[in-house]
Structures are given as structure tokens and as C-alpha cells.
Ligand binder design. Structure first.
Ligand code: SF4
Length: 60
């Protein structure tokens, strides 16, 4: 079970706060775009899911 980013819910206008809580650097954001998940690094801890105030990061 991976995590996915719902671009419709992400306002894409600020630094993603969830990037800072990922313990393995798997959440990547370019400028203010919706972040993407590097599945080769993600350990599926779901911290980013809990931390996103917009509910834009979800379990797939
Ligand atoms: S589930 Fe955990 S390891 Fe995976 S991107 Fe989110 S915070 Fe990082």
C-alpha cells in the first residue's frame, strides 16, 4: 500500500509541510508544485498523510 498525492486537493502555493516530516526524504517537492513520492525510498510510515492539513496525501 503506497501513499499518493491528490493534486486536486493540494493548493500548490506553499512549501509542503509534510516534506519536513518524512523520515527518509521520500517526499519531493519542486518549487510549489504538489509533492511526489519516491516509492523506492518510502517506508510507508504515513507521517505525511497525517501531517498534510489539506488531506492531499492519502493511502492508495
Ligand atoms: S509514508 Fe512516510 S516514508 Fe513515505 S513519503 Fe510519507 S512520510 Fe515519507
Amino acid at each position: 500500500m503506497a501513499v499518493i498525492v491528490d493534486k486536486e486537493r493540494c493548493p500548490q502555493n506553499h512549501p509542503c509541510p509534510s516534506v519536513r516530516v518524512c523520515p527518509v526524504g521520500a517526499l519531493i517537492q519542486k518549487e510549489f508544485d504538489a509533492p511526489t513520492v519516491d516509492e523506492s525510498k518510502c517506508i510507508n510510515c504515513k507521517k505525511c498523510v497525517r501531517y498534510c492539513p489539506m488531506g492531499a496525501i492519502k493511502e492508495a
